[in-house]
Write a protein that binds this ligand. Structure first.
Ligand code: AVI
Length: 359
């Protein structure tokens, strides 16, 4: 595991997310491979100055449920606005992507594929059946999503692809009968925001490599605060909601490390902390140590035990959520070979869905 101080992001995270899923199902200190991979990542992050852990660590079973809860919070406008845009413009999005041709729809990090239903239903207004290829590391999440979708939209033919989309991945080839079809790849939910911009660009370039000229990329992106748009206060509220669900989501990271690595974080001695980093255009989540304290990770399978010191007020950086302007995201898509051909936003321009086409 590299220990260079590159930014920690979802890329590194997804590298081992399969491993960590396995780890979460096992006892904290079994010393198996998955556990030691997780231990290395955590050790690396806690040795950094400032301390930083990758955001994918949030998503154990509890973290995934908490995130689902976040998406329903009144303050978390991202999911709500993106869904509204799909409801209002799905037909336009599908027509623009297809340009009169049949579409096959691919989705990265599909999860529950909840918002996608609207787009698939719109595609079915134009073609009798649609192939839908959700790509996700979790086979079980894909199974649930696919069987629900097929129940609701029987003309959707699901082809689940179990893969870590941040690594090398391929798609099942199109059949001869589909050779004229267009592909539309969905990367929605502002997932791009949890990647460092450089990594986001590399990932878009990888997507470009698996697509054909004319294929589309539909990207859902949270927009940066601006005069006349959302204000910083509204952004802060989205990441520090009144009911404390996001705080619990953040804190669950420590609970996970206690369970899976046998650490002894005292969760009562840390507090949820969020801030808007204007110069980097990102929301940051941290866990702030409320007192001077040591955290102990026991020795496992020959690996040394680990003592980590937290000074009072010291912060552990747990997530970046980058916010783009319509210009910066268009530039990024352009550089990756997907010039923007259409875009849809809400009236206040809080959130955008952009269609780029591979040229
Ligand atoms: C998954 N991702 C787009 C969410 C975000 O807004 O960055 C994760 C999240 N973190 C706190 N609340 C939601």
């Amino acid at each position: 595991m590299a220990v260079a101080c590159s930014p920690l992001s979802m890329t590194e995270a997804h590298l081992d997310s399969v491993l960590s899923e396995v780890a979460s199902a096992e006892s904290p200190v079994t010393g198996n491979d998955s556990n030691s991979a997780l231990r290395e990542i955590v050790r690396d992050g806690l040795m950094r100055k400032p301390k930083q852990l990758p955001p994918w660590l949030f998503y154990d079973q509890t973290g995934s449920q908490l995130f689902e809860e976040i998406t329903r919070l009144p303050e978390y406008y991202l999911t709500r606005i993106e869904r509204t845009l799909f409801h209002a413009y799905a037909a336009e999005m599908i027509a623009a992507a297809g340009e009169g041709k049949r579409l096959r729809v691919i989705e990265l990090g599909a999860g529950s594929a909840d918002k996608t239903r609207t787009l698939l239903a719109a595609a079915l207004e134009r073609q009798a059946t649609v192939h839908y290829l959700p790509v996700d590391v979790s086979a079980s999440a894909l199974e649930v999503a696919c069987s629900r979708l097929e129940g609701e939209l029987p003309a959707v033919r699901t082809v689940p692809v179990v893969a870590d989309y941040t690594r090398d991945w391929t798609l099942p080839p199109m059949q001869a009968a589909e050779s004229e079809d267009r592909q539309l790849l969905l990367w929605i939910g502002s997932s791009i925001g949890n990647f460092e911009p450089q990594e986001a660009e590399s990932l878009l370039k990888r997507i470009h490599a698996v697509m054909q000229p004319g294929d589309g990329l539909l990207l859902g992106v949270d927009l940066a605060p601006c005069p006349g748009g959302k204000c910083v206060g509204e952004l802060l509220a989205a990441y520090d909601d009144e009911s404390g669900v996001t705080a619990q989501f953040n804190m669950n990271l420590l609970v996970r490390l206690n369970r899976e690595l046998g650490a002894d974080f005292d969760t009562g001695s840390f507090a949820h902390w969020v801030e808007w980093n204007e110069s980097a255009s990102r929301m940051e989540m941290h866990l702030e140590s409320l007192r001077d304290q040591w955290v102990h990770f026991p020795s496992v399978a020959g690996a040394q035990d680990l003592e980590v010191h937290f000074a009072a007020g010291e912060r552990l950086h747990t997530e970046n959520s980058y916010k783009y302007t319509l210009e910066t995201i268009a530039t990024l898509m352009d550089r990756a070979g997907f010039p923007v051909c259409e875009r849809w936003t809400d009236d206040g321009e809080w959130f955008a869905v952009l269609l780029g086409r591979k040229n």
